[in-house]
Design a binder for this molecule. Structure first.
Ligand code: NAD
Length: 410
């Protein structure tokens, strides 16, 4: 087993650190210390609501034989207030030590030296896979006729692509220098006025993401993995993503995958590909034909939100950012500052992210109780404002009351 770094503060009483085994899987004690970042704006409200549901699910599943020992991590405005930094180094170090954490939404500081604390966390901890399961929860209002046909898990590459943040403003010295270099050395015609952004995508970065998607599909018996790309136009980045995906399957998954149209046997997965624009259409028209999607960063960003909307909105969409040595689960919406402290908004996204966290710990008995309980609570008709205004006859209750109703349904 690898050497485990220590947390910066004493662990809660009775807690132990999760360890990383040599094969990169987790060794989870019965009472693991797990990090949480409350988040800004509505973060504290939804986190407290989610914590109640998560602790109740674990209690129901294991009757006190297991439990999560929550360990607070500072980030965002709360961290700034206490330490003068939005993302203190101790928080990053603690996530490395704890290996698993959950976070509420963080407001992007204006002029705080960060593009986004979320993006910084992903990059510093090399959380290269953004995983978004998109599944319909009965009772949730949806804009399409058959939201129940959607059951997809998106694996979005999280560190490369135009998100790498390599760009220069129009007219800047750097942009001009690059444009001159491209014209003189590469013979590329570009307007000297252009802003410039760079889209780096590597074989290593693409394949480690696609490997996670394939492993996930095979471990869970999901029928297909679809490589979503824009390779018809961006041949050497998006097109290469697709080719590297098939190369990986040929090299590392012999006997465990087939191409689209071939007969599939037990223990195999179909590997297919779709151009991104076509994928958006098919996700609406034939969602039942897709199980796991592997995408580069930008297309995955768009697709994740579009699919979340298809099953009833971002307020309920869970997510995780996972690397080889740490995983951070998160509500996928923002900090909705106008509702801060009002005990009003829907805690569904962070609750379902917590269910993913419990699954990641290898505690499926607790994890699997959560989505059905959420669904039953919604169907019982006492819901937060966002759902109440869409469900005829539903009654609006505060965030904390809704969470209590979910916990009762576990
Ligand atoms: P937002 O997601 O905070 O809000 C968009 C809309 O959705 C608002 O009308 C809001 O009231 C509503 N909403 C959000 N969460 C809800 C919930 N749980 N229940 C009911 N309604 C909900 O997006 P924004 O306004 O663009 O961003 C606000 C801040 O959050 C910004 O600083 C942004 O950078 C940050 N942000 C953070 C994350 C993250 O931490 N992962 C993600 C997106 C945005």
């Amino acid at each position: 087993m690898s050497q485990t770094p220590q947390a910066s503060r004493p662990l809660p009483q009775g807690a132990e650190l999760i360890a990383l085994k040599d094969d990169a899987s987790l060794e989870v004690p019965s009472f693991p210390a797990v990090g949480y970042i409350e988040g800004d704006g509505i973060g504290p409200d939804i986190w407290h609501a989610a914590r109640l549901v998560l602790d109740s699910a674990v209690e129901r599943a294991y009757g006190g034989a297991r439990g999560v020992k929550w360990y607070e991590l500072l980030a965002g405005e709360k961290a700034f207030g206490q330490t003068g930094e939005y993302l203190p180094e101790s928080t990053v170090a603690d996530i490395r030590a704890l290996k698993v954490a959950i976070k509420g939404p963080l407001t992007t500081p204006v002029g705080g030296g960060f593009r986004s604390i979320n993006v910084a966390l992903r990059q510093i901890l090399d959380l290269y896979a953004c995983i978004r399961p998109v599944r319909y929860i009965p009772g949730v209002p949806s804009p399409v006729q058959r939201p129940d046909l959607v059951d997809m898990v998106i694996f979005r590459e999280n560190t490369e692509d135009v998100y790498a943040g390599i760009e220069w403003a129009a007219g800047s010295a750097e942009a001009k220098k690059l444009i001159a270099f491209m014209r003189e050395e590469l013979g590329t015609k570009l307007s000297p006025e252009a802003a410039i952004g760079i889209k780096p995508m590597s074989k290593f970065g693409s394949q480690r993401l696609i490997r996670r998607a394939l492993d996930y599909a095979l471990a869970r018996g999901r029928e297909s993995v679809t490589l979503v790309h824009k390779g018809n136009i961006q041949k050497f980045t998006e097109g290469a993503f697709k080719e590297w995906g098939y190369d990986l399957a040929r090299q590392e998954y012999a006997g465990r995958w087939v191409s689209e149209g071939e007969e599939i046997a037990q223990g195999q997965v179909v590997l297919k590909d779709r151009i991104a624009d076509n994928m958006f259409q098919q996700a609406l028209l034939r969602p039942q034909e897709f199980a796991v999607l592997a995408t580069p960063n930008l297309n995955g960003d768009y697709l994740s939100d579009a699919l979340a909307a298809q099953v009833g909105g971002l307020g309920m969409a869970p997510g995780a950012n996972i690397g080889d040595s740490a995983a951070v689960f998160e509500a996928t919406h923002g900090s909705a500052p106008k509702y801060a402290g009002q005990d009003k908004v829907n805690p569904g996204s962070v609750i379902l992210s917590g269910a993913m966290l419990l699954e990641h710990l290898g505690w499926p008995e607790a994890a699997e109780k959560i989505a059905p309980a959420l669904s039953r609570a919604i169907e019982a008709g006492e819901v937060t404002y966002d759902l109440a205004r869409q469900i005829p006859g539903a009654r609006e209750v505060p965030c904390s009351v809704f969470a209590a109703r979910v916990a009762e349904q576990l």
